[in-house]
Design a protein around this ligand. Structure first.
Ligand code: PEP
Ligand code: MG
Length: 575
């Protein structure tokens, strides 16, 4: 029995068998082959091409017939790529002329093809380089006889398993939504990374940043994952198992008690109305939003629609997905425009990354840089506005100039739609996320140009405290109660209130019931969170009294250090 500690996510306990998911990149060997071996090497290469072809057809055959046509398109793109002479013919020539091994010959030609796509002006064609990388990696796995460990390849084996992996990207993790895994554990990663946020929405416990997980856990061993404490126990003895089973029962009992609050309206003791909204990633998350009685969607992270596929979804496909969310939700939905970049890469983050992705072309910056990506999304969202109440939310705005460009683009898109005879809500509200200190400090200026503000504390904390969300080495510095963070939150709430526009919070802090009273005392009235946190936060709202809280929170705001602030926030519970 061995117990290890990392950063815990979710409050539950999972007990199950480990599944080791190996995602590490492979080293490409380089060596010469003797004259007599050259034709064998060619045969080995052609065999790997054939095997890859067969595997792709196999994956294609498992795509359900009712899946959108786009689901098949990535396989078709790979099959086509497999026929490209630079991939399938020229390595053969190189093996023969240079007498080198197949892996090396393939790698050289693949890099040439990547470079060729990379030079293309057209963004769509430039992105084809990711297909080349994917297909090359598949052939290399076959040449080296290393099994592919994409989620799709091992899907059938994941049911009821605890996934152990060195690292998981959000693009990987979102695929777990279909596979009933019971927990995951990673060597790397931070508690507010998008991978961690997905664990919350999967309603499973997880532990990230647990160095040594892949070293110490063996396939099929029994593992306990304690999301609240950030602990895993490998091969627990019966006594320990009993203890965890009891805690599991306690957690379910508490959930049951909370579920009694489902139909209560979120109103404070003194009668102030509070709004509790859901964060969703995919249309299927709406079910959970209804299950816990969310009053609407405060954050729809549309970027998940763009992941795990070679091409962005068409306007029509986006329209279909957004319409589905509106139709299922039947109450207001805030659709956030694309927030790709940083840890949310379309291909799972394994292609070459910029030096500082979190500070690079991310979110609205990427959208303004790639109008070919942004315009179809704006068209799709605006068209959806004809179907029900929606709001458009722009992530990561940092300057008014940038915001004006987006607002102009929205106006141009509306003009285009009018011209095309499409219907949409002329008055669709447009809001901005306050996620960068620059936006919080100048929130009053932003508030005058926008219909609402939404505080994204995950990024606001990352950028204020200069800690990368996904770098577990600096997890310990993540602190929602840092006085600077609290001041920026207050500045934003006050600016919105003065401008007469609503202010929402949709970062993880909004769903953490430890902070509900503090945030209410700061003046926040609209909270958006993962659906599984709604009832816990509601309970705190029902216990809050706004005749007392603002004064107490004012005292907290005078306090310079987080530890004392933490004690004072805990003391709010007794009021
Ligand atoms: C945030 O930054 O707080 C937020 C809600 O956006 P995301 O977590 O998707 O970056
Ligand atoms: Mg964010």
């Amino acid at each position: 029995m061995l117990s290890l500690h990392g950063a815990g996510i979710g409050k539950g306990i999972a007990i199950g068998r480990a599944y080791i998911l190996k995602r590490s990149d492979i080293d490409i060997p380089q060596y010469s082959v003797q004259d007599i071996e050259v034709e064998n090497e060619v045969t080995r290469f052609l065999g790997a091409i054939n095997a890859t072809h067969g595997q792709l057809l196999e994956i294609e055959s498992h795509i359900p017939s009712d899946a959108p046509p786009e689901s098949k398109s990535f396989i078709e793109a790979y099959l086509l790529m497999l026929k490209d002479p630079l991939i399938s013919d020229q390595p053969v020539e190189t093996i023969r002329t240079e007498k080198c091994n197949a892996e090396w010959a393939l790698q050289r030609h693949s890099e040439l093809l990547v470079a060729r796509f990379d030079e293309m002006q057209d963004e769509y064609l430039r992105e084809k380089k990711n297909d080349v990388r994917q297909i090359t990696s598949r052939i290399q796995h076959n040449l080296l006889d290393i099994p592919q460990q994409g989620i799709t390849e091992v899907a059938g084996q994941l049911e009821d398993k605890v996934i152990i992996s060195h690292e998981l990207s959000p693009a990987d993790t979102v695929q777990f939504k279909n596979h009933n895994i019971i927990a995951f554990v990673t060597d790397l990663g931070g508690p507010i990374s998008h991978t961690a946020i997905l664990a919350r929405s999967l309603n499973i416990p997880a532990v990230v940043g647990l160095h040594g997980a892949t070293r110490y856990v063996q396939h099929d061993e029994t593992i306990v994952v304690d999301g609240k404490r950030g602990t895993i126990v490998i091969n627990p003895d019966e006594g320990v198992l009993d203890k965890y089973r009891a805690r599991k029962r306690f957690v379910s009992q508490r959930k049951k008690e909370l579920s009694e609050l489902k139909d209560n309206l979120p109103v404070t003791k003194d009668g102030a109305d509070v709004t509790l909204l859901a964060n969703v990633e995919l249309p299927e998350d709406i079910q959970a939003a209804h299950q816990w009685n969310a009053q609407g969607v405060g954050l729809y992270r549309t970027e998940y629609l763009f992941m795990n596929r070679p091409e962005p979804p068409s306007e029509q496909e986006q329209y279909a997905a957004y319409s589905e969310v509106i139709r299922l939700m039947r109450s207001p939905v805030t659709i956030r425009t694309l927030d790709l970049g940083a840890d949310k890469q379309v291909d799972g983050g394994r292609s070459e990354a910029p030096t500082n992705p979190a500070l690079g072309l991310r979110a609205v910056r990427l959208c303004l840089h790639e109008p070919g990506l942004f315009r179809p999304q704006l068209r799709a969202i605006l068209r959806t506005s004809a179907l029900g109440p929606i709001q458009i939310m722009i992530p990561m705005v940092s300057s008014l100039n940038e915001l004006d460009q987006v607002l102009d683009m929205i106006e141009e898109t509306k003009e285009e739609l009018r011209h095309d005879g499409e219907v949409f809500d002329e008055k669709v509200p447009v809001g901005g996320m306050v996620e960068v200190p620059a936006a919080a400090i100048a929130a009053d200026f932003f508030a005058h140009r926008l219909d609402f503000l939404s505080i994204g504390t995950n990024d606001l904390i990352q950028y204020t405290l200069a800690i990368d969300r996904i770098d577990d080495a600096v997890n310990y510095l993540y602190d929602p109660l840092h006085p600077s963070v609290l001041r920026l939150i207050k500045l934003t709430i006050d600016a919105g209130t003065r401008a007469g526009i609503p202010v929402t919070m949709c970062g993880e802090m909004a769903g953490d019931a430890r902070y509900t009273k503090l945030l209410l005392g700061l003046g926040l009235r609209i909270f958006s969170m993962d659906s599984t946190s709604l009832l816990e936060v509601k309970k705190k709202v029902l216990e809050s009294d706004l005749r007392i809280l603002p004064g107490k929170v004012e005292e907290i705001m005078q306090c310079p250090d987080s530890n004392t602030i933490r004690d004072m926030v805990v003391a709010l519970e007794d009021l």
